[in-house]
Design a protein around this ligand. Structure first.
Ligand code: NAD
Length: 483
């Protein structure tokens, strides 16, 4: 049928300078729901990566000189092709990543929305003139593309994490080398294939696939031709890449891990809070960076919240993402299942009450039963570590200040959520949370229209909105004298 089906029966090449490159070796991509290999993908090395950087560098001068309406039209065409192939892309994503098909379709729409938005936003990349300090001088500020961008992305959103970086980069006149996660390279390659089909020139978009990311990462973070590294992934890897980027003083964007609190105050609408809790905790089986990691619930509403949440969680259908009605798919690998089990065991060992779940699910080795834990305390691992799985640990608090203190007591600062109705409490809490993003009576906050990103060890920079375009530009100050 489509180009994607054909790929699944042969070794899938990577993309360097507009050519599909096989590499000398391949690595396996498996379906986390079944453990079966679905494809083999080219294993590229340092030399291939340098070729990709060279191709992006060479394509850069023509691309930045391309009139913006033309760049915009090419991006728009890419958006249309992704939208036309939404069903194929979603199926491919479910096969390699595991999320339920309906969520994969949602991600295609979300991922494509960045391309649509930045195709338009490119036209608003304006410079400025400033008041001058001398009668014979004029001060100009040019806004220019930063140059070659390396985009290093995680497996949990195989399409959206790529388009959230590449669309603004290409819109600004940059060229890109993508290093997708080794678990999910197929969606990245399919998206790049469609970019070429849309007419993006050879070399503007390159995809370097590798199962040993350090070798490729070393080139991307040290080659002087790469001017920006935009990374989404875990905080430890982000710190390492940041240090590597220091040698050539690259611009960086770091979208890293989180430890999101979800506070439910006594005056909250408990049903709305439970809806928000399900959306923010159990989407993608709990494997999103903005996933709630800790529920902090006030005394007066604690029992009602726990009982309604448990009832809803028990009803979540676990199964292969391609099966009808599945809402909780597999975790990405065995290590993820082991970590979730360790968090649950540690909490129960230290006195937590198991309301439901707590063990792997019969659907398969990588499935974990959606879990609710009550009476959780800060002495347990779930208080400090990102669980990245379908576990809802519920802490208890009495005073508002206590909740704020618990919420902020973490090195992370990506997303936070809270439910309340008193407007004074809403303002106080919104302002007191040390986070890059806050959902107030809302559990789903991501959109291409708003700046996404964290503070503290959750990262640097913002993606989405007009701020997302600025990240891929440099300001050049020009002083014209002798007038
Ligand atoms: P990870 O850090 O293990 O990997 C992310 C990417 O970095 C992958 O492509 C991987 O191959 C690559 N990588 C790993 N070591 C590298 C190296 N030495 N050099 C170059 N590249 C290297 O993270 P993950 O397990 O894929 O993703 C889960 C993490 O990502 C979670 O912590 C989650 O919170 C975070 N995340 C953050 C955001 C955000 O926007 N803040 C979004 C999604 C995921």
């Amino acid at each position: 049928m489509s180009f994607i089906e054909k790929w699944l029966h042969e070794a899938v090449p990577a993309l360097v300078g507009g050519e599909w490159r096989k590499g000398t070796e391949t690595f396996a991509v498996d379906n986390p729901a079944t453990g079966e290999t679905i494809a083999r993908v080219a294993e590229l090395n340092a030399e291939d990566t340098r070729d990709a950087v060279a191709a992006a560098y060479e394509a850069g001068s023509a691309w930045r000189a391309t009139p913006v309406k033309q760049r915009s039209a090419l991006l728009r065409r890419w958006f249309e092709l992704i939208t036309e192939h939404a069903d194929d892309l979603a199926r491919l994503m479910t096969l390699e990543q595991g999320k339920p098909l309906s969520e994969a379709k949602g991600e295609v729409t979300y991922g494509a929305s960045f391309i649509e938005f930045f195709a338009e936003e490119a036209k608003r990349m304006a410079g400025e003139t400033l008041p001058s300090h001398g009668a014979d001088k004029r001060l100009l500020v040019l806004r220019e593309p930063v140059g070659v961008v390396a985009a290093i992305t995680p497996w949990n959103f195989p399409l959206a994490m790529i388009t959230r970086k590449c669309a603004p980069a290409l819109a600004a006149g940059c060229t890109v080398v993508i290093k997708p996660a080794e678990a999910t390279p197929l969606t990245a390659l399919a998206a790049a294939y469609l970019a070429l089909e849309a007419g993006l020139p050879a070399g503007t978009i390159n995809v370097v696939t590798a199962s040993k990311p350090a070798e490729v990462g070393e080139v991307l973070t040290t080659d002087p031709r790469v001017r920006k590294v935009s990374f989404t992934g875990s905080t430890p890897v982000g710190k390492r890449l940041l240090a590597q980027c220091a040698s050539t003083v690259k611009k960086t964007a770091m979208e890293l891990g989180g430890n999101a609190p979800f506070i439910v105050f006594d005056d909250a609408d408990v049903d709305a809070a439970v809806d928000g809790a399900i959306a923010s905790k159990f989407r993608n089986a709990g494997q999103t960076c903005v996933c709630t990691n800790r529920f902090l619930v006030q005394d007066g509403i604690y029992d009602a919240f726990i009982s309604k949440l448990t009832e809803r969680v028990k009803a979540l259908k676990v199964g292969d993402g391609l099966a009808d009605g599945s809402v909780i798919g597999p975790l990405i690998n065995q290590a993820a299942v082991d970590k979730v089990q360790r968090h649950v065991d540690d909490a129960m060992h230290n006195g937590a009450r198991l309301m439901c779940g707590g063990e792997p699910h019969a659907a398969g080795e990588r499935f974990f039963t959606p879990t609710v834990l009550a009476d959780v305390t800060t002495a347990m691992a779930v208080a400090d570590e990102e669980t990245f799985g379908p576990v809802a640990p519920v802490f208890r608090f009495t005073r508002d200040e206590e909740a704020i203190q618990m919420a902020n007591d973490t090195p992370f600062g990506l997303a936070a959520y809270f439910y309340a109705t008193d407007y004074r409490r809403i303002w106080r809490t919104m302002e007191a949370l040390e986070y890059g993003m806050v959902g107030v009576n809302e559990g789903l906050i991501s959109t291409e229209l708003a700046p996404f990103g964290g503070v503290k060890e959750s990262g640097l920079g913002r993606e989405g909105s007009h701020h997302g375009l600025d990240e891929f530009t440099e300001l050049k100050y020009v002083c014209v004298g002798g007038l």
